[in-house]
Design a protein around this ligand. Structure first.
Ligand code: BGC
Length: 970
């Protein structure tokens, strides 16, 4: 019996989502097959309100289609507050029929027109100052009858809330209701509390704090950005077995008080006085006679939407690696990882003991804990013990970005603090991990880990720039540059669907895009920042095939392009107004954050980029008039760009790395100009001793531009560069996340500055995408998104990397590209999931020499075609796992030619020794300064080199006799 089944069913990207308000939810599945070349031929979906499907609501019947992603529900209208079960069966291209999948479900919450019975409540103003700091506690007791079938809570808060029923916390979600553009869109959550309620008396409790809604946000420490009153809004719906229902909702019968959370702010931290705990306040029978009344606030409900993003949770718990005393005498815990979340600790202490934790990311060069880069964010947590046995605490409504924690006041800490009492709870949006990357260089593997940690730390409901200082804002540019890497590492479907809807809601009437989303600081419309409006929906579409999101965002994308078109006199150039430029590039003039690449060059390049994306999106959506309009616009922008920014002889007016990168990667130059630009970019890197100078704008594309232009070796050298500035520089300095600045910590251990120096800023982590696609070679054919047609194209890079592996859990299933190279063998392992096909490119190969899982290539099942050209074999294959092996005819060696540069010879100790023999002293100053990047051909006639053509030939001959092994790579 062979295996064929539909599995991993999801509805709107989620497994069994509770509480969605989408009237036509979309269903997806993966296919499991043990045969190669499996394609879905047809599918059948059944939907029912009964788990045994005895009455069907919707049955597609056997539907002839290869589609297995985002199939829209087309049955009768859905009801609110109802669970729908669904199952899927598939037939494949080999006439196999699967059995039914396991049953999955989605549950509806309330649709937009729902008539909410709840009222927005808050403590009565006469009794509790609405502006006071402590978190509010709200409570209500109620009776339920016997025969409870199900119980759901729907609701939200203005501020942040935690819910309790009958003395227990409801759910494990943190920072609910999440951060959206509150005045436009406020998420409500759904909780299944069936097992927490009972017949008889019950209690319902809410804690409510300021959060993003009314607490301090932005570096200006603004308060009350959305409103100055906290409020809660909840409905509990109970269904009984006899078909009747009961509703308990927030109203003025609720009571209010303050409690132990005496202060809590996102940036500042929390103060918790355990002596003030309202123990059991959500239990029935709790004495609330001293509690205050509540009053109703008039608030609109039109902006309520069901939760869109995956919830924020504790996703991992880590233990400290050390506790030590700093030279300044502070007791500091080291978590071993720059993390985002909170410390949970336990303590036995006398009543009134005050324990304080202050969080920081790094130590300064003297080894003291460093708070300077936090600016106005205190990141301080204070706990006052109630003196009642072992107490356990973690803050409720705040998070910190930290690796180190300064502890004060823990009992007996002078005599040594045990790290046993402390745990680090890592908090972020609970995204499904999708991608893995690994290679033979351990520092690069650490970089990959740091990139992932950077994403975890900054995907806390919105994509933030940083998680520690007084920003933590949804900077559009940062999200835009990192999006591809982000979607590889973790599932970003729900996360970006929510955020893009906020972007759309806050876009200005003229199409302008605010700098940050949710828009809590002024300022809008910067090139490479506002382009988040086009780039992000397009990338989500490519990664997951999400046409609906593209459709939804289309007007917003178009508005942004039209905004750019209106700038200045020439509609094909964007050369006026404010721009950030190549933010933090190293070629910035002193005192500036913006690199040397002209801002109007960048703005026009991004204008072209967004216009192309818009045109491509129009194609996908069948908007043919727009395809025409924006194709013409793109041509005109490119023409204007060339006129404005390229000299007549084909040189870019801006001699920066970033300018060359953008011109190449956005296809702004062609023919001879393109060739020259590619050559110049490579030269710019080499002349800078294989170092980059790019900032936020150029860095994400730098290595791609080099690899695409035929300089993959140079790109790999940049990746492997350990000296400053480089990705591995920070790794070597002990970084466990990605730094905002290339020189966040300088070589002498001092800091770049206090002013803007985050050690957890994901932007430069955008290199991850290139590591996956270009180094490991796992890529897609963009014409068929979501990896429906996969491209596997390993690119070796000399002997510096002898293996690389990328794996991605795509919407269709797991894709793997893993290559390795030894002196005599090249191997490639590939996994292609069912219902997809792939093109596989095997470099340095001859078809007759390739074996696949031990068989000659031509006899291998699942391989449809192969082509051999220029030492490269290209295959088209169906799904399955493949293992290719062939001889490495070139062996494992570094080949030296007349075109090798002095700097390339000096990169290897063995080669440098041979060089010294043939050209004594050549590598010494001052000559080396002039000769370092010259080719051996040039050196033969360069007077100071004191060489001849014959000498150079002899040198090359001897260099090529080196028997390479990996030790010699040093
Ligand atoms: C943020 C950046 C952001 C920038 C705007 C900074 O303060 O941290 O990452 O993109 O401002 O240029």
């Amino acid at each position: 019996m062979t295996i064929l089944k539909a599995a991993a069913l999801t509805c709107e990207y989620r497994t069994n989502p509770l509480g969605i308000d989408i009237k036509k939810p979309r269903l997806s599945w993966k296919i499991i097959s043990d045969e190669r070349g499996t394609l879905q031929q047809s599918y059948q979906i059944q939907v029912s309100v009964h788990p045994d499907f005895h009455i069907l609501l919707w049955d597609t019947g056997n539907t002839y289609s290869q589609d297995s992603l985002h199939i829209e529900y087309e049955g009768p209208d859905l009801n609110e507050n109802t669970r729908y079960y669904y199952r899927v069966k598939v037939w494949d291209n080999k006439t196999r029929e699967s059995s039914w999948s396991e049953t999955a479900w989605w549950e509806t919450a309330m649709f937009a027109a729902y008539d909410w019975k709840a009222q927005w409540i808050t403590p009565s103003e006469a009794e509790i100052d609405p502006l006071s700091e402590p978190a509010f506690c709200l409570r209500k007791e109620f009776q339920l009858q016997r025969g409870i079938l199900s119980a759901r809570i729907y609701g939200t808060g203005l501020g942040l809330y935690e819910l309790f029923v009958n003395g227990e916390r409801v759910g494990d979600e943190l920072f609910a209701p999440g951060w959206t553009s509150y005045h436009n869109r406020l998420q409500y959550q759904t909780y299944d509390v069936t097992s927490q309620v009972q017949a008889g008396p019950n209690g319902f409790g809410i804690m409510l704090a300021d959060g993003w809604y009314k607490g301090n946000i932005t570096w200006e420490n603004k308060r009350h950005v959305y409103g100055d009153r906290r409020a809660a809004f909840f409905e509990l719906h109970v269904k009984y077995e006899d078909g009747t229902e009961e509703l308990i909702a927030t109203d003025t019968t609720w009571k209010a008080a303050t409690g132990p959370v005496v202060y809590s702010e996102i940036y500042q931290g929390e103060r918790y006085d355990a002596r003030l705990e309202q123990e059991g306040f959500s239990l029935p029978g709790f004495d609330d006679s001293s509690w205050s009344n509540t009053s109703v606030q008039i608030m609109p409900v039109s902006q309520l939407i069901a939760q869109e993003n995956s919830p924020t949770k504790v996703t991992e718990v880590i233990k400290p690696v050390a506790v030590f005393k700093t030279p300044a005498g502070d007791t500091v815990i080291d978590m071993g990882q720059n993390m985002v979340g909170r410390i949970r600790f336990s303590v036995k202490a006398e009543k009134g003991t005050k324990i304080s934790l202050k969080h920081a990311e790094v130590l300064d060069k003297d080894g003291n804990i460093y708070f300077g880069n936090l600016r106005k964010a205190d990141q301080q947590v204070e706990y006052i013990a109630k003196g009642d046995g072992l107490e356990n605490y973690a803050p409720h409504f705040t998070f910190q970005g930290f690796r180190y924690v300064k502890v004060e006041g823990y009992p007996d800490q002078e005599n040594g603090l045990s790290h046993e009492h402390f745990l680090g709870e890592v908090i972020h949006t609970d995204m499904e991990p999708l991608g893995e990357f690994e290679c033979s260089n351990p520092l690069v593997n650490k970089l990959q880990e740091n990139i992932k940690w950077g994403q975890r730390g900054n995907f806390l409901d919105v994509p933030t720039d940083c998680p520690q200082r007084d920003e933590r804002l949804g900077w559009t540019g940062d999200a835009q540059v990192f999006i591809q890497t982000a979607l590889f590492n973790y599932h970003g479907g729900p996360f970006f669907t929510k955020w893009l809807r906020d972007l759309k809601a806050e876009q200005h009437p003229d199409g302008g895009v605010p700098f940050v989303i949710p828009a809590v600081v002024g300022g809008a419309n910067a090139a490479a920042w506002g382009d988040a409006a086009t780039v992000i929906p397009w990338e989500v579409y490519k990664a997951y095939g999400d046409k609906r999101l593209l459709q939804e965002q289309y007007d917003s994308m178009k508005a942004w392009v039209e905004y750019m078109r209106k700038q200045g006199e020439n509609e094909y150039l964007w050369i006026v107004g404010f721009n950030f430029g190549d933010w933090l590039a190293l070629d910035a003039p002193s005192g500036s954050y913006s690199g040397a690449t002209p801002k109007d060059f960048i703005a026009t390049a991004f204008y072209a980029h967004s216009t192309r994306i818009l045109r491509d999106a129009a194609k996908v959506l069948g908007r043919w008039d727009d395809v025409q309009t924006y194709s013409t616009l793109l041509e005109n922008i490119i023409e204007a760009f060339n006129h404005e920014f390229v000299s007549q002889s084909g040189r870019l007016v801006s001699p920066t790395q970033t300018a060359h990168v953008l011109a190449l990667i956005f296809d702004l130059v062609d023919g001879k100009v393109k060739e020259r630009t590619a050559y110049e970019l490579n030269e710019l890197i080499i002349q800078n001793n294989y170092h980059l100078t790019t900032g936020f704008v150029g860095t994400p594309y730098l290595c791609f531009a080099l690899s695409k232009a035929g300089h993959h070796d140079t790109a790999v050298k940049l990746l492997l560069q350990e000296g400053y500035p480089s990705w591995l520089y920070s790794v070597k300095k002990g970084a466990t996340t990605i730094w905002e600045h290339w020189d966040g910590i300088k070589e002498d251990g001092s800091f770049w500055s206090d002013d803007m120096n985050s050690f957890n800023h994901y932007a430069y982590g955008a290199i991850g995408d290139w590591m996956y696609r270009a180094v490991a070679g796992l890529d897609m054919d963009e014409e068929l998104p979501a990896y429906k047609r996969i491209r596997i194209k390993p690119q070796f890079a000399g002997i510096h990397l002898n293996y690389a592996k990328a794996a991605l859990e795509s919407m269709y299933g797991k894709i793997l590209s893993a290559w390795s190279i030894t002196a005599d063998k090249i191997e490639l392992k590939v996994d292609i999931p069912p219902n997809t096909t792939a093109e596989i490119v095997l470099p340095y190969a001859q078809a007759a020499d390739i074996s696949e899982s031990g068989n000659p290539l031509v006899h291998s099942e699942g391989i449809y075609t192969y082509k051999e050209k220029d030492n490269t074999v290209t295959l088209t294959v169906g799904s399955g796992s493949y293992h290719f092996q062939y001889h490495n005819k070139n062996g494992l060696m570094v080949e030296f030619t007349q075109d090798s540069r002095l700097i390339d010879v000096l990169a290897y100790e063995t080669a440098a020794a041979i060089l010294e023999k043939h050209a004594p002293g050549i590598a010494k100053p001052p000559g080396i300064f002039a000769m370092r990047t010259k080719t051996l051909r040039e050196l033969a006639v360069f007077p100071e080199a004191n060489l001849t053509a014959d000498k150079v030939n002899a040198l090359i001959d001897e260099l090529n006799t080196i028997e390479w092994n990996l030790e010699l790579v040093k």
